[in-house]
Design a protein around this ligand. Structure first.
Ligand code: AMP
Length: 391
């Protein structure tokens, strides 16, 4: 049991404590309460937690504390902390978090990811950034070109480890880790612990402490979850219908495919239902950033995303998550709905379920040990499939 209920009980240095205060953080989240003392004590850590639990601060605060407390080792110029993340979006957000929590400290960070020019990134590393946040592919590329050395790394984080392995990053990760000193503090965070993650942890972590926040239970408690049974052909019209409710102020819609995401966004824009943008891997980096910025600002009311593209989308105040299609992996359902109801706020998740998706629904209910409540009457409940419904 952890009994830590305020940041004052954690041994956090004053500049960081002030930054947390400015951010409005009053109470540590469970992962923070558990992980921060262990990390401040220098332990390696295996953290089982998904995005949305406050895990970024759980590792960023101890890292900033460590870097602020000691000087760079003689003769070494490279980054002192390295964070690996699967996607550009997550890497950017982790970089922003270091800037936020470290705003009162003289520490610099640089974020490195593919799909954009490397010069500004290389310049940032040259200028001596202490903290490097990177996606594995681009970092390995820069290492091979001789732009970055990792021999000064004292703290290493792998974030969303399971997703990085799903995305095929195991080889780059192995090579990057091998280029860091053996004497280091290592943290591995992952939403799930499949055997390949356990194996990776075994090779990387020294006598790690394990902390786990149970996303399934906590998610089910915070988010009110509903299912609307509807034929696939009626889903777009049902979406337009539910969006008439202005309480749905910031809505994240999930589809299974990129095409599906584009079609749903187009339907909403063309029908003048609301402003919507699609975000997925086929969009350029600048288009994704624009969509995300609009969503954060409120000029885009609906963001339509695929599972991969949504990883690491860290937008506060998402009022509703809509599963336009149910995910075929139930873990993805938990990730999806975890985007609403963050940091203690209430959230609502609606799932549109075609008869062909009933088995996915059963898998989800089995994983979360909860039954989704059924919206019995909606405009498309019980209607037979009609050929003109998609027009
Ligand atoms: P993360 O899981 O790191 O992506 O964090 C999820 C969200 O929770 C982010 O928007 C953070 O700004 C927010 N957050 C993290 N820690 C706290 C806290 N102790 N109090 C309030 N909000 C927090």
């Amino acid at each position: 049991m952890n009994t830590i209920s305020s940041f004052a009980q954690l041994d956090i240095i004053d500049p960081i404590r002030r930054a947390l205060h400015t951010e409005g953080y009053r109470v540590p989240t469970p992962i923070q309460a558990q992980a921060i003392p262990l990390l401040l004590a220098g332990r390696d850590l295996l953290g089982c937690a998904q995005t949305g639990t406050g895990k970024t601060a759980a590792f960023a605060i101890p890292i900033l504390t460590r870097l602020a407390a000691s000087a760079r080792r003689d003769g070494l110029r490279g980054p002192r902390a390295l964070v690996l993340a699967p996607t550009r979006e997550l890497a950017s957000q982790i970089g922003d978090s270091f800037a936020t929590y470290g705003r009162n400290l003289p520490l610099r960070h640089v974020v490195v990811f593919g799909g954009v020019g490397q010069k500004p990134q290389v310049d940032g590393i040259r200028r001596g950034a202490e903290i490097l946040v990177a996606t594995p592919g681009r970092l390995l590329d820069l290492m091979q070109q001789g732009h970055v050395r990792l021999d000064a790394v004292e703290a290493l984080v792998l974030d969303e480890g399971d997703r990085m392995l799903d995305m095929g990053f195991i080889q780059p990760i192995r090579r990057i880790v091998a280029a860091t000193p053996r004497q280091r503090q290592t943290m591995l965070f992952s939403a799930t612990l499949p055997p390949d993650i356990v194996a990776l942890a075994g090779g990387m972590l020294r006598n790690p402490a394990t902390v786990s926040v149970t996303p399934t239970a906590s998610t089910a408690e915070k988010v009110s979850q509903w299912v609307l049974h509807v034929q696939s052909a009626h889903k777009r019209n049902l979406l337009a219908e539910v969006l008439r409710d202005r309480a749905m102020a910031r809505v994240l819609v999930f589809t299974r495919t990129k095409h599906g995401a584009n079609r749903v966004a187009e339907h909403l824009n063309r029908g003048r239902v609301c402003t919507a943008e699609a975000i997925h891997g086929n969009k350029s980096q600048s288009a994704r950033e624009r969509a995300l910025a609009g969503f954060k600002k409120g000029s885009v009311r609906v963001l339509v995303a695929t599972d991969i593209a949504s990883r690491g989308i860290d937008v506060d105040g998402i009022t509703h998550v809509i599963n336009f299609e149910l995910p075929n992996e139930p873990e993805n359902y938990v990730h999806r709905i975890g985007r609403t109801g963050r940091a203690g706020a209430a959230g609502i998740a609606l799932s549109f379920c075609d008869p062909s998706e009933r088995t996915f629904l059963r898998d989800i209910e089995r994983l979360t040990h909860a039954r989704l409540r059924v919206v019995e009457s909606h405009p498309y409940s019980g209607q037979p499939r009609s050929p003109d419904a998609t027009t």
